[in-house]
Design a binder for this molecule. Structure first.
Ligand code: SF4
Length: 321
């Protein structure tokens, strides 16, 4: 326990807001389906976090009841948040999950504070609020109940079908114009899913969950994210996701290309070298000195499209159109 650098609270987008030490209460080694996971119970000092304006994110306030994520996506942007604790961005991020066990009572108190003006709050920005252990801790459900009681608008981003458990609350929130859900579905292909998002429900199940929530009157968008160069960026792959989600009732579908910020990039490229050594030179070129794809390397840009197609032995017309 002593080796943990236990200084966290402002935990959004890795902006380094390291203040307000949370209290580490105890550690629980999981059993049964959680046998490979350790849960670090903390009393968080603050749950509603304000995102720095410099982050340019489309939300101002966030709640993350967990830290770390058993969904274990190889490209996960949130991995470096574990480094602030003295844990690593690899297995520790996936198997040492911080659980803010006072999250529900804390959110309720913060929503009731006189200074809180009722701004929309985003969940799922730094960890999946419906990762597997939510089935045990029920923190996300409790937070939704608190948001409903306070009549406070919120959004949820998830890759999990566990969200169906809470469709009663979400339907009520949607009826009052308070809730919006987004599913992250970057691919429908088994192989790409299995190797890049090994701890998540199958994307086909996510599409089915999207349909059920939409039918319950809950507005659901989809982030086709991330679109991964060389693995899931062919136009037919992206079109398959878009079509399936549209047919399931998605209210919006937005593509997001893979970005690899420092800390994530090293982890991802090490994985790529093991899993797809044939792509390492291409990635070195695409992401050299940058976190985002260069303009000319965009799958949709004419030059990038032709170059990318040539690398992959495709007609240029078979890439993004
Ligand atoms: S579900 Fe989201 S937070 Fe969890 S590992 Fe995947 S990208 Fe990261």
């Amino acid at each position: 326990m002593a080796q943990l650098r236990w200084r966290l609270a402002g935990d959004d987008a890795g902006q380094g807001a390291l203040f307000d030490a949370d209290a580490l209460l105890d550690r629980h080694v999981g059993t049964g389906e959680f046998a490979d996971t350790e849960f670090l119970h903390v009393n968080a000092q603050r749950l509603i976090n304000r995102v720095p304006a410099s982050s340019r994110l489309p939300f101002e306030y966030t709640i993350n009841a967990y830290r770390g994520c058993s969904h274990a996506c190889v490209y996960c942007f949130a991995r470096p948040t574990h480094e602030y604790l003295g844990l690593n961005v690899g297995e520790d991020f996936e198997r040492k999950i911080v659980v803010k066990i006072n999250a529900v009572e804390k959110v309720r108190a913060e929503l009731a504070a006189r200074r809180w003006a009722g701004a929309p709050i985003a969940m799922g920005t730094n960890t999946d609020p419906y990762q597997r252990c939510e089935g045990r801790y029920h923190l996300t459900r409790g937070i939704i109940e608190a948001l409903l009681e306070a009549d406070n608008p919120f959004s949820i981003l998830t890759k999990s079908t566990l969200i169906l458990r809470d469709r009663d609350l979400l339907a009520e929130a949607a009826r009052r114009g308070l809730a919006h859900v987004s599913f992250s579905i970057g691919t429908l292909e088994d192989e790409v899913w299995r190797e890049t998002e090994p701890g998540t429900p199958h994307p086909g199940q996510r599409v089915a969950a999207l349909r059920r929530l939409s039918e319950a009157g809950i507005p659901c968008g989809v982030l086709v994210a991330p679109i991964i160069p060389g693995l899931s960026d062919r136009s037919d792959q992206v079109a398959a996701v878009v079509e399936a989600c549209r047919a399931a009732g998605a209210s919006s579908v937005s593509p997001i290309r893979l970005h690899l910020r420092p800390g994530v990039k090293e982890h991802y490229l090490a994985w790529l070298a093991r899993a797809h050594p044939e792509l390492t030179d291409t990635y070195a070129e695409l992401y050299r000195g940058r976190s985002y794809l260069a303009k000319g390397a965009e799958p949709g840009g004419p030059a990038g499209q032709a170059a990318w197609a040539a690398r992959r032995g495709l007609d240029s017309g078979s890439d993004w159109e």
